[in-house]
Every structure is written in C-alpha cells, then in structure tokens.
Design a protein around this ligand. Structure first.
Ligand code: ADP
Length: 346
C-alpha cells in the first residue's frame, strides 16, 4: 500500500504493475483517499469483505492514529495495531512505514494467528511450570489442612469448649483458610493466560499503576518514594502482567522495610533492553534465603503474610516477555531487584 502520491499517472502505473499481485495492495493519497488497488485489494474496499472485516478505507484513520508523529506517513517506523473486528474478535497487525523516493510505503502484516499460537505456547509453558510446582502445591496445601484437621479434632473432643479455646481455634482456622485461599487464587490467576491484548505501552505507566494500588491501600504512608522516569521506555506486552511484577516487588520492599523507609525506582535504557531497578532500605534478603527466593512457595514471612509465589510468578512473566528478574544487590542496608524487558522497536 503506498501513500504520499497524488498524480493520476502514478495510479495508472500502480494499476498496471500491481493489479495482478496476489496480495491486497492499495495506493493511498496523503489524506487516505484510495488512488489504486490490486484485484485482491479491491476485495478489501468492499463494505463487507470475505474476512468479515471493516473496509480498508475506514481503517486508514485507525492505522494513522497508531503511527507516531504529526507527519506519521513520512517517518519510517514500525508499530503494533490491535483492532476489534465487527465480530468482536481482536485483529493484531504489525505496521511498517518505509520512505521511498516517491512517497511512503505502508505495509500491514496480519499477525492474529501468530499471536494466537504465541498465547497457546505461553499457556502450555505455564501449565508445565505449574506441573513442576505440583509437589510444592501439595506440600503447601497439606500443612494448613493438617492444622485445620487437628483444630477441628480438638474442638470436637472437648465436651464443653470454653470461650478461650473456641476463639483460639477459630482464629487458627481463619489463618489456615486464608492461606489456602491465597495460594489457590494466585495459582488460578497464574494458570490462565488472560486474553488482554499485548500492546505497546510506557513501562513507567505500569509502575505508576502498581504504585497507585499501594497508595490506595495506605501502605506507602510512611514510605519516601522516588521514581526516576524514562519517558522513552516503551515495551510490548500485557500491561496487567507487567504491572503485577512491579506490584510484587513493591509489596516485598514495603514489607521488608516494615512499612517505613525509602523506595527507589529507576527506569533506564541498557542497549536493546530496559532496566527497572527497585531498591529499598530494608534489612536486605536473609543470607540463608538468597539462593531460594525465586523458588515457588519459598517464603520467610510469618503467618499469612506470604505465599512464596510473588517472585516465582514475576520471573515467569518477565521470561514470557523476553526479559528477566534478578536480585541485583543485597546488604543489611537494603535490597535491589532488577527487571529487564526488551525495548519496543521504534
Ligand atoms: P512472599 O512475598 O510471599 O514471601 P516472594 O516470592 O515475593 O514471596 O518472596 C520470597 C522471599 O524473598 C520473601 O519471603 C523474602 O524472604 C525475600 N524477599 C523478597 N523481596 C525482598 C526484599 N525487598 N527484601 C528482603 N527480602 C525480600
């Protein structure tokens, strides 16, 4: 599909050269007017084509909005587009704009099937990861269930349960049930690859969203916060999941500091990758825990405060996005975790 060309001669030439190509090709003027179309391209102009999609003429405005810059046709670039089809399904397309001597060439590559296969791959990888976790899951679930069983037995064996014993038993039951629910909710959430489309977004927006959850819960009331932004830091992926990585890291940092201290977040570019460094002024990771913190179900938090799934799930999400999560540094003065994610190509 070409743009930036307005002469009749060009459109005739286009018809002669491209009319018989097997691909849908269109030549557009700068205002989006269709100047020429290949035979396949003509199908795309009809109000209802064989793909059940909206005609290309109406889609031109959407593609322009996805592109960057006021003269987006004139800037060589690549972008991702996610459109909702009349059927309600999502169409994922990759858009390439190339400058030519006579205008600009806009190529739209339909990647809907590729994305669907990627989602299926991620789903299989997650189920495999859960498979590896099964032994841990059984262990995690068995402990609270054993506690529940013995509490119920004690209460049943007493003829007259006094108030103190009853209160103790009930609070023990509540703790164990909460733990079971926490583990099961996190695993159910992790096992599902939700169909939130992968999009291009500023990584700092995901950080701010995670921070707003903590602000709302009041956890940052006594935390001094510093967030060094990098507005050029864009990634391609699932916003909700990337936000979950940051939420896990921030919750861990705040809990490590006992709700009081300094939380530093810095986004910066590192070659092809983006780095987000999350540092706190807590007591650092316990020396005997350093090698185990990324293991599913490993937690040093007492009671119902930890499931030991935060870092394991966050690592899995980072890997799915082509990135990493690591402990960069730890000392008695604090811990720093680093998330790397591939930069979205401009
Ligand atoms: P959970 O928070 O449920 O324990 P995680 O997988 O998120 O599970 O963390 C595992 C363990 O890693 C924590 O229990 C804690 O010992 C350690 N950890 C994580 N973040 C920090 C931090 N910022 N400072 C000190 N220790 C940490």
């Amino acid at each position: 599909m070409t743009a930036g060309c307005d002469s009749y001669a060009w459109s005739e030439l286009f018809d002669q050269i491209f009319s018989a190509t097997p691909w849908p090709m269109l030549m557009l003027g700068e205002d989006g007017t269709v100047l020429g179309a290949s035979d396949e391209g003509h199908k795309w102009l009809r109000p209802c084509n064989s793909w059940g999609d909206t005609p290309l003429r109406e889609r031109a405005a959407h593609y322009v909005s996805v592109l960057r810059g006021s003269t987006s046709w004139l800037t060589p670039q690549e972008a991702e587009s996610v459109r909702t089809l009349p059927s309600g399904a999502s169409a994922h397309e990759r858009i390439h704009v190339r400058r030519t001597a006579w205008g600009a060439c806009l190529t739209i590559v339909d990647q809907t099937d590729v994305r669907r296969l990627q989602t299926m791959d991620i789903q299989s990888a997650r189920l495999a990861a859960l498979g590896f976790m099964v032994a841990g899951v059984c262990h995690e679930v068995t402990n609270p269930l054993t506690s529940l069983h013995s509490i119920v037995q004690i209460l049943q064996s007493e003829k007259h349960v006094d108030k103190e014993l009853l209160d103790k038993g009930l609070s023990n039951i509540a703790i164990n049930v909460k733990r079971l629910l926490d583990v099961s909710r996190r695993l159910v959430k992790f096992s599902r690859v939700d169909d939130e489309p992968r999009v291009r977004f500023a990584v700092d927006d995901a950080i701010e969203e995670a921070l707003s959850v903590l602000h709302q819960s009041g956890s940052l009331r006594e935390v001094e916060l510093s967030h060094k932004l990098d507005p050029t830091a864009t990634v391609f992926g699932n916003t909700g999941q990337i936000c979950e990585i940051f939420l896990n890291l921030f919750v861990n940092a705040v809990q490590a500091m006992g709700g009081k201290g300094r939380l530093n977040i810095a986004t910066r570019s590192a070659g092809q990758m983006l780095e987000v460094l999350v540092s706190d002024t807590g007591p650092g990771v316990r020396a005997d825990a350093i090698v185990r913190i990324f293991e599913p179900f490993f937690t040093t938090k007492a009671g119902t405060h930890g499931t030991g799934l935060g870092l394991a799930i966050s690592t899995e999400i980072a890997h799915e996005h082509g990135g990493t999560l690591e402990l960069r540094q730890t000392s008695p003065h604090g811990a720093s975790f680093c998330v790397t994610l591939p930069k979205e190509r401009l």
